[in-house]
Ligand binder design. Structure first.
Ligand code: ZN
Length: 250
């Protein structure tokens, strides 16, 4: 998912039910993961719900993400009401960036996007996956519910691993290589090795006493891979090499 799919569409400060309280959250300490709890809603639907007049709940979230896009609904420097654990200074509501993961559409794709986004948020802050929280960690609510697996939280463990591997990719400077890129790199490595051998040979040749009349024969023999230490030849050896070379055999 490119950065073009990250949309900033903040709800107004005057949004009803105190959904954007604008308490400063200048130094959040964790990122909290949720599922929307709605099998059909998209990120756009969830963002619009926050400003829907029929919504009477005091609940909100920083970012909602689906298979196509992420929408930032509240600035990350302000709090949102997502953790269900009150408003104390150390509460999830006051210290944690909230990410709502949509359940609609291509869920695997959505998870991949979410892992990528969360890895980016962690990397920007110099954080590791130990900064990740479930809604469950704050209030005991079974959320993100699609990762619950009857209390084993298999999906949560997998998701954290997915984020960890994205973090590794980011740390190593971007995407992992494709097959083609790997093949190209291998072929470049081989070329560089050959060039380095050639340089060593040329440098060695400068230091050795190969007679001028034997130079072209020695070059040809080295080029054909017949000899590897041309400087160690005797006068007779160079003569023999030259004869063979003049006969066109090397
Ligand atoms: Zn939740």
């Amino acid at each position: 998912m490119g950065t073009g799919n990250y949309v900033v569409d903040h709800i107004p400060p005057a949004t009803p039910c105190n959904r954007r309280p604008a308490h400063p959250m200048l130094q959040p300490t964790t990122i909290t993961v949720h599922n929307t709890g709605n099998p059909t809603s998209t990120a756009r639907n969830e963002r619009d719900w926050l400003t829907n007049p029929s919504n009477n709940r005091t609940a909100s979230y920083h970012i909602v993400i689906d298979e196509h896009q992420a929408i930032e609904c509240i600035p990350l420097s302000e709090n949102s009401w997502h953790a269900g654990d009150g408003s104390m200074p150390a509460s999830g509501n006051r210290t944690s960036i909230s990410i709502e993961i949509c359940e609609s559409g291509n869920y695997a794709q959505t998870l991949d996007h979410a892992a990528e986004l969360i890895a980016k948020l962690l990397a920007e802050r110099g954080w590791g996956i130990d900064r990740l929280r479930r809604h469950f960690d704050w209030s005991g609510k079974i959320c993100p519910r699609l990762m619950y697996d009857k209390g084993k939280w298999t999906g949560w463990l997998q998701f954290k691993q997915q984020i960890a591997s994205k973090l590794t990719q980011l740390a190593s400077g971007g995407e992992t290589m494709t097959k083609e890129e790997k093949a190209l790199l291998d072929s470049l490595k081989t070329t560089v090795t050959h060039l380095a051998d050639r340089v060593v040979y040329l440098e060695t040749k400068q230091r050795m006493n190969i007679p001028a009349w034997a130079q072209s024969a020695v070059d040809a023999a080295v080029g054909a891979g017949l000899i590897h230490k041309p400087e160690e030849g005797s006068e007779d050896f160079y003569r023999l090499l030259t004869v063979i070379h003049r006969k066109g055999l090397i």
